[in-house]
Structures are given as structure tokens and as C-alpha cells.
Design a protein around this ligand. Structure first.
Ligand SMILES: [Ca+2]
Ligand SMILES: [Ca+2]
Ligand SMILES: [Ca+2]
Ligand SMILES: [Ca+2]
Length: 423
């Protein structure tokens, strides 16, 4: 028996994978972790459903149950609740009386919108409290944001089979607005700078986007839109859409993932909602979803796609001028359909969760980089710089300067930052 090894093994080693490692591109993520969910997952969302300070995951599925997975704060998830709703899309309703976020899910079986109330204040469950019927079938993707100035978040249903979006207002009334052929996804953002969110839709059938400019009356409750403006993508068969200012000129630009041309289209806004410049950047095969987030924390937004064909995740790193020339690819479960970017391990940079179109699982990429906006020498992330952080450094041999060995220089660098204090 090797007694020395037994004695030397420090208990706190389990924490070391979460400490800062290689935070340059190339070292952002290790292999993905997989967690079981209901059958045929369609969408994953991230929210702190039990209000314990870490971000949890909710997955809706086509043929199984809606799955709620709770985070242990390090990015490891455990199934806490399953609800028998088959769904193609959902949104969180955060402004609830209790503060605990509810779920609004489109029930594909019965063509209804189901409100699932969050009971986590008392029990680890969601319970169905209402369902509303609509005159359309699906598939439907669901979005939620305030479109009028009544401080009520309106619902937008993208209804592929009707070539339309339906917008529901505070009073429960809804109206449809025409899009291109086979709309698949929408983003709600102010495109013409008038302070009201507009609706921008990706159309798979016509390979273009529809911009519906919001012309709701001041202080009105009924969302009203101008007829759509259409802009071609040159990419083929859009699957998803996202929006943000990508060239730092103050207006909202658009990115669309193109399933058949294996790329993303970047469309730049002229400030009035007209999308004038178009660039395309290659990603993996069959991108099915796209998200914008600053993954490497260089202050420039990056493009992240879930590639259903090649079974991986592409990150296109932005340079702040609408160019995305550098890229990296990371593993995911087979045929990822949708993804979400969020802080999945406390104190660390953004993580990526995606759901498989082939297996009943969610794949999680945990960031290996400490979030630089947080206090780095606070190793146990308890908000204090104290003896316990120093103990953790010594016991777990933290490679603080990132040169792969633990030595005097790590200690010296750590003490320097420790004594300088945290903001
Ligand atoms: Ca939580
Ligand atoms: Ca607007
Ligand atoms: Ca812009
Ligand atoms: Ca970035």
C-alpha cells in the first residue's frame, strides 16, 4: 500500500478544476458533461428557478416530459422535476409575485399555451395553473418582451405553418402579422431607434428575414406593426436568429444561422431598421441555433452556434467591427438543436448548454476561466479575502500564474494580488 499517496491527497482537490486555468482561446472549455432529460429535447433555457444564486436549466421535449435540472453551483446538474407537457418552445415569466420564475410553454399535443407556476419556494416542482387555446397549430417558437409601454411583457408566437407571427397583448387579444415562408425564429429588439422593440423573424423557406417595425401608440396596450420589410441573407435555409450591436455604431444588428449553407449571415443596420451590409462566416454542419455572448471576455460579442449536422458547437470570436474571423469548435452531444449561454459554474466565465436531437440529454460546457469581473484571489468565492483562501491555494496547489506548475512564483503572484485587495 502506498501510504504516502494516501496521506498527501488533499481533500480540496475536488475544487481545483474550477479554479482559473488556461483562459486564453483554446483553453476555454474542456470536454462536455452530459445530463439525462426527457425524450427528444427541443429547447433548453437557463434561469435560477429555485433562487439559490446559481443558474439552473429547463429543457422542453417533443415526446417526453419537461425537465427541470438544478445546479449545484459548480455546473453539475440534477433532475429535480418532470412535468408531462410536450413542447416545441417555452419562455420564462420572471416578474411573478413570488419572485420565482414561472414557465410558459407551447403544448404541441393540444395546441395551447400552458402556464406552469413555480412552487420552489415550498416544493421542488412546477404545477400547471392555466392553459389557453389559440387558433393555430405549430410548430411554434415562443418569445416574450415588452412591445408597448404598458409595463407588460407581450408574447410573440412564430407560427411556421401560417407564415406569420401572432402577438398577444395584456388583454389576452392577439393579432397576426405576415412574414416570409416558413418562419422559424424571432428576436425582439429596437431596430429603428425609436425606443420600441421591433420583431425580426428568420424565414427558412424564403431564406430571408422579415423586419416588423413597431408602431404601437404611446401608452397603448395593443402592439401594432408596419407591414414587413424583407432582407435576403444569401445564406441558405435559416434556422435561428439573434440581435445585438455588432459593429459598435449604436444600432442593433442581426445574425442568422443558415442550416443548409453551414454558415451564419451578419446583417448590419443602417439605423432605421434597413439591413444593408451582409457578411457570412462558416460554422459547423447544419447550424440549428445561434446565440450572441462575449465568451472570451474581451468585451466583443462572439457568435455561438449549435451544429446539428456535425454534432458540435462553434464559437466565432468577434473583433467589435462585425468581423468574426477566428473560430473554435467544441464537443456537444449528437445533433445539438438549441443552446443557451449562461454562468453555469459560480465565479467562472460563461458556460454553454445544448440539447441533443438524437439522445435524451443536455450537454454542458463549463468555463475553465475565472470571471475576471470577480475578485480572482477570492479562491473560495465567499466574498472575503482571508486565511481560508490562502489555505485553499496551498492545499490544492493552484497554478495561479498558469504556467502548469505550482511553485514559489504562484505563491508570490497570489500574495501580491491578495495584499492589493479586491475592488
Ligand atoms: Ca439555482
Ligand atoms: Ca423600434
Ligand atoms: Ca450596429
Ligand atoms: Ca469576445
Amino acid at each position: 500500500m502506498n501510504r504516502t499517496a494516501r496521506i498527501m491527497l488533499p481533500l480540496v482537490l475536488v475544487q481545483s478544476p474550477l479554479l482559473a486555468q488556461d483562459c486564453t482561446r483554446g483553453g476555454l472549455y474542456g470536454p462536455d458533461l452530459r445530463f439525462t432529460v426527457g425524450e427528444s429535447p427541443t429547447q433548453v433555457g437557463a434561469e435560477d428557478v429555485d433562487l439559490d444564486g446559481d443558474i439552473d436549466l429547463v429543457v422542453v421535449t417533443e415526446s417526453g416530459a419537461l425537465s427541470v435540472l438544478l445546479n449545484d453551483a459548480t455546473g453539475l446538474f440534477e433532475l429535480a422535476s418532470s412535468i408531462g407537457v410536450r413542447s416545441s418552445g417555452f419562455v420564462f415569466e420572471s416578474n411573478t409575485g413570488s419572485g420565482y420564475p414561472n414557465i410558459l410553454a407551447w403544448d404541441t399535443e393540444f395546441g395551447a399555451l400552458v402556464t406552469l407556476e413555480n412552487l420552489f419556494e415550498f416544493l421542488p416542482e412546477f404545477v400547471e395553473v392555466s392553459r389557453r387555446s389559440f387558433p393555430f397549430a405549430g410548430p411554434v417558437s415562443l418569445h416574450r418582451a415588452e412591445l408597448t409601454t404598458d409595463e407588460f411583457e407581450d408574447l410573440v408566437f412564430v407560427v411556421k405553418d401560417e407564415n406569420a407571427v401572432y402577438v398577444e397583448d395584456k388583454t389576452g387579444l392577439y393579432e397576426s402579422f405576415a412574414t416570409g415562408v416558413d418562419p422559424v425564429d424571432a428576436t425582439l429588439a429596437d431596430m429603428d431607434g425609436d425606443g420600441q422593440r421591433d420583431v425580426v423573424v428568420a424565414n427558412a423557406g424564403t431564406s430571408d428575414v422579415s423586419v416588423l417595425l413597431n408602431r404601437s401608440k404611446p401608452f397603448g396596450v395593443i402592439p401594432m406593426f408596419e407591414p414587413q420589410l424583407r432582407f435576403g441573407l444569401f445564406g441558405d435555409t435559416p434556422s435561428a436568429i439573434a440581435s445585438a450591436d455588432l459593429d459598435n455604431d449604436g444600432d442593433t444588428d442581426i445574425v442568422v444561422s443558415n442550416r443548409a449553407s453551414n454558415d451564419v449571415s451578419v446583417l448590419l443596420n443602417d439605423g432605421s431598421g434597413f439591413l444593408i451590409a451582409k457578411k457570412r462566416f462558416g460554422v459547423g454542419d447544419g447550424p440549428a441555433d445561434v446565440v450572441l455572448a462575449d465568451i472570451d471576455r474581451d468585451t466583443h460579442l462572439d457568435i455561438i452556434t449549435a451544429n446539428q449536422g456535425s454534432g458540435d458547437i462553434t464559437i466565432l470570436f468577434g473583433s467589435g467591427d462585425a468581423r468574426f474571423d477566428a473560430s473554435e469548435t467544441f464537443n456537444a452531444s449528437a445533433s445539438p438543436r438549441t443552446l443557451v449561454v449562461a454562468t453555469l459554474a459560480s465565479g467562472m466565465g460563461p458556460g454553454i448548454a445544448s440539447v441533443s436531437g438524437e439522445y435524451d440529454e443536455v450537454s454542458v460546457l463549463r468555463s475553465r476561466c475565472a470571471d475576471e469581473s470577480l475578485c480572482r484571489p477570492d479562491l473560495n468565492a465567499d466574498g472575503n479575502l482571508d486565511f481560508f483562501d490562502l489555505t485553499l491555494l496551498l492545499q490544492s496547489n493552484v497554478d495561479y500564474d498558469g504556467n502548469t506548475v505550482f511553485d514559489f512564483f504562484d505563491l508570490s503572484m497570489y500574495l501580491g494580488e491578495f495584499l492589493a485587495g479586491c475592488p
